[in-house]
Write a protein that binds this ligand. Structure first.
Ligand code: DGP
Length: 115
């Protein structure tokens, strides 16, 4: 099984990679919703949050730590930013390779549209 993000991680398709280590890769979203919009992705394919196992605790925590590092790198840490992980249909997940959105660079407004 592969995913579009796995191909980016392996360097098979281009992306603006801003961070990479042995556990995660981060690159700019192709369709940014904010001035800074970066996806933080485990190098290993984990389709959704629902698929996390106890063995994935390290990589899951590392995604959050890397978000902090990149927010500093991008100069948005003190103003603030938003981290989002979508899961399955109700979450609006489109790519089934776990990823954390890091968005900032302007006030982002309410978290979700209230109905
Ligand atoms: P989600 O809805 O949480 O699954 O978000 C998927 C995001 O992935 C979406 O904001 C657009 C982004 N995306 C999809 N395909 C590509 C791609 O080929 N390259 C990059 N850089 N981003 C992509």
């Amino acid at each position: 099984m592969t995913t579009i993000f796995a191909k980016i991680i392996r360097g098979e398709i281009p992306a603006d990679i801003v961070y990479q280590d042995d556990l995660v890769t981060a690159f700019r979203d192709i369709n940014p919703a904010a001035p800074t919009h970066i996806l933080i992705v485990p190098n290993k394919i984990i389709p959704t949050v629902n698929d996390l196992t106890a063995d994935d605790e390290k990589v899951a925590g590392h995604m959050l730590f890397v978000a902090k590092i990149i927010a500093e790198q991008e100069g948005i840490a003190s103003d603030g930013y938003r981290l989002i992980i979508n899961c399955n249909q109700h979450g609006g997940q489109e790519v089934f390779h776990l990823h954390m959105h890091l968005m900032g660079g302007r006030p982002l407004g309410p978290m979700i549209v209230r109905r």
